[in-house]
Ligand binder design. Structure first.
Ligand SMILES: Nc1nc2c([nH]c(=O)n2[C@H]2C[C@H](O)[C@@H](COP(=O)(O)OP(=O)(O)OP(=O)(O)O)O2)c(=O)[nH]1
Ligand SMILES: [Mg+2]
Length: 127
């Protein structure tokens, strides 16, 4: 299976992280996620992360810190999540694709349903 490279933004301000609900028609639909999307051919991780933050949230990250890389194989798709922390940004986040957004306390993350690949990200964030 070919691995889909994904740029994932964990936007954290104080003790709250910005999460979004995936549309039902999407892969892993109906679950919560950290905003982000596929890295295009020839694109750098940072550029992809900035592009996705603009497209999905209408914000421009001003600081980007790589956190971890997670490879996970779902029954129908293999992904490589390139997870970055965004501790500061310009603009006001809004769900530009109609997706619900939520500022969630770090300690409350486990009460939302995320895709399987996110489990280790959430563990990292909480420790
Ligand atoms: N953005 C994001 N994707 C995740 C997370 N966890 C996880 O398994 N994924 C998977 C789901 C998808 O198969 C893939 C990301 O693709 P995406 O649907 O966000 O891609 P995209 O924004 O480019 O959207 P599209 O044009 O394909 O609709 O990674 C997560 O926390 N955030
Ligand atoms: Mg996306």
């Amino acid at each position: 299976m070919k691995i889909v490279r994904v740029a994932v933004a964990v936007v954290i301000i104080a003790d709250r992280v910005l999460i979004a609900k995936r549309a039902t028609h999407q892969h892993q639909g109906g679950l919560w996620e950290f905003p982000g999307g596929k890295i295009e051919a020839g694109e750098e991780l940072e550029s992809a992360l900035k592009r996705e933050c603009k497209e999905e949230l209408d914000i421009v990250p001003s600081i980007i810190k790589p956190l971890t890389v997670i490879e996970h194989t779902y029954p129908d798709k293999a992904v490589q999540l390139n997870v970055c922390i965004v501790p500061d940004y310009l603009g006001v986040p809004l769900g530009r694709e109609g997706q619900p957004l939520q500022w969630c306390r770090l300690e409350k993350l486990s009460s939302y349903e995320f895709p399987e690949a996110n489990k280790s990200i959430i563990e990292l964030l909480q420790n």
